[in-house]
Design a protein around this ligand. Sequence first.
Ligand SMILES: O=C(O)CCC(=O)C(=O)O
Length: 311
Amino acid sequence: MNYRLMNKPRVFLDEKLQKEFDENGFVKFQMFSKEQVSRIHNFYYKMQEQHETVIDKKKFHATNDTDNANLINETDNFIKQVMFEEMDRHFFNYKTIAANYLIKQSSPDSELGPHQDLRFVDESKFYSLNIWVATQPTDRMNGGLRFLKGSHRLHDTIRPLPSYPWKYERIALQIPRFFTDVTTEIGECVVLNHACIHASYPNSSGQNRIAAILAIVPKEAQIFHYFLPDGNPQNKVEKYAMTLNDFINLKSGQRPANAWLEEIIEYDFSQVEVPEFMQWVEQNKVEQKLNKKNVYKSIRNKLSTIFGNIK
Ligand SMILES: O=C(O)CCC(=O)C(=O)O
């Protein structure tokens, strides 16, 4: 088995899934049973009251946003317990970060615009990813996911908190017309590279949309939290080496209390402009076509081996 793909350690057992993930920045497949999904669903409702302390402020929120260390810890344990029943059938050489619920209330304000997730690892050598599973089928009516295919390869970006000077802010309005929508059925998960630009539709279904996520990284990757104070003084990003406990106790907007400050990085947050983005879009289209051709070729070759020459 080829352990490294695109010079980064692989985590998928299935080479086809790994390839699609590497090329597109996301991949969807059936991972959970209905029964597992309904356990994830029911646990959310058991903890609903503690969870929904932030819903007046945020129509989309994660368990972490509650700043409730007990709830964050219990949720993390529960989601991991269910997901671990399936993890080793699909992934290897990984370690987990945190698990969360992502709640999207039915509201026009629940839309998530184009963004990249936080950076957890040195992305020149590794990637980090979310396993995302919703507890009901999803589509554009109830907060379905959307992706800019291949965008994890566009730039090596640092995405710090609480200040988040996003490198793609100036082109954010251009992005949605190039999105690929991903619908899901019960038990299907979407695995997404944290560096891939993605978004989700507002939920207009009249019911909460509940999803669970688990963040994982290749086993040998050191996990970091990138902190940039509000006001973004001189683009000086503090890079902290983190344990899971540091994440559980991390308070929004604050430095991790006990984590080791590994280095201070002066990162260039200068913006990607429209012409550069459009050039990338064109080039990416060509690459996607080539990839499709190569997939077709390899299927042809396999069939030829089985059935003799195919015209
Ligand atoms: O659940 C959603 O609607 C968005 C998910 C997302 O952005 C993520 O998992 O990074």
